[in-house]
Design a protein around this ligand. Structure first.
Ligand SMILES: [Zn+2]
Ligand SMILES: [Zn+2]
Length: 183
């Protein structure tokens, strides 16, 4: 079965935001084979535990039914709060119709060309070198002083480790940017 298309989170199976499951979706009561395993933020207080544990299928996130029925959002509003000029409908799509992603620190969606970037997932040194070499210069500028250091620094970044790069890509110009996160 083809998953719905999420403009800002193109491969939520790869990022393990949806996991295979025989559970019934709490919104549509269907067993679609996948449930959401990302962050859930309750919009209104009360009953937070119930909603956090509800199984939600990809389709009910894509069509907005999960957000409206369970009164939840899949990214915290603060993940977009610094971004002036992003249209409200884009923010709405991110918060209510796009699967979020788990982070240790505050979640953030990077922006470029006046739009929110796609979230491509986590990367360590090998993934950065092989798949996302575009972000090496950014890491060097932000964290390292010379060429030698950057190689050592990349060695310390691990996809499943305590220093990880979250990779984003602009939907308009293809620019890649990462957000480094430590546990
Ligand atoms: Zn559903
Ligand atoms: Zn761009």
């Amino acid at each position: 079965m083809q998953l719905p298309i999420f403009k800002y989170h193109p491969d939520p199976i790869d990022t393990r935001t949806f996991v295979t499951s025989e559970a019934e979706c709490a919104v549509c009561n269907q067993k679609t084979g996948y449930v959401y395993d990302g962050p859930v933020h309750t919009v209104e207080e009360a009953d937070e535990d119930d909603e956090n544990q509800a199984s939600i299928c990809p389709w009910c996130i894509a069509n907005g039914n999960a957000a409206s029925k369970l009164k939840v959002e899949f990214s915290g509003f603060f993940s977009l709060s610094d971004h002036d000029g992003i249209p409200d409908q884009v923010k709405d799509e991110i918060l209510t119709r796009t699967p979020g992603f788990i982070t240790w620190q505050d979640q953030i969606w990077l922006v470029h060309c006046g739009d929110v970037c796609q979230y491509l997932g986590r990367a360590g040194g090998p993934e950065i070198r092989n798949l996302h070499p575009e972000v090496i210069e950014q890491i060097k500028e932000d964290y390292c002083s010379d060429d030698l250091e950057i190689e050592e620094y990349l060695d310390d970044i691990e996809k499943e480790g305590s220093l990880v790069a979250l990779i984003f890509q602009c939907r308009h110009c293809g620019h890649k940017e990462c957000h480094l996160e430590a546990d």
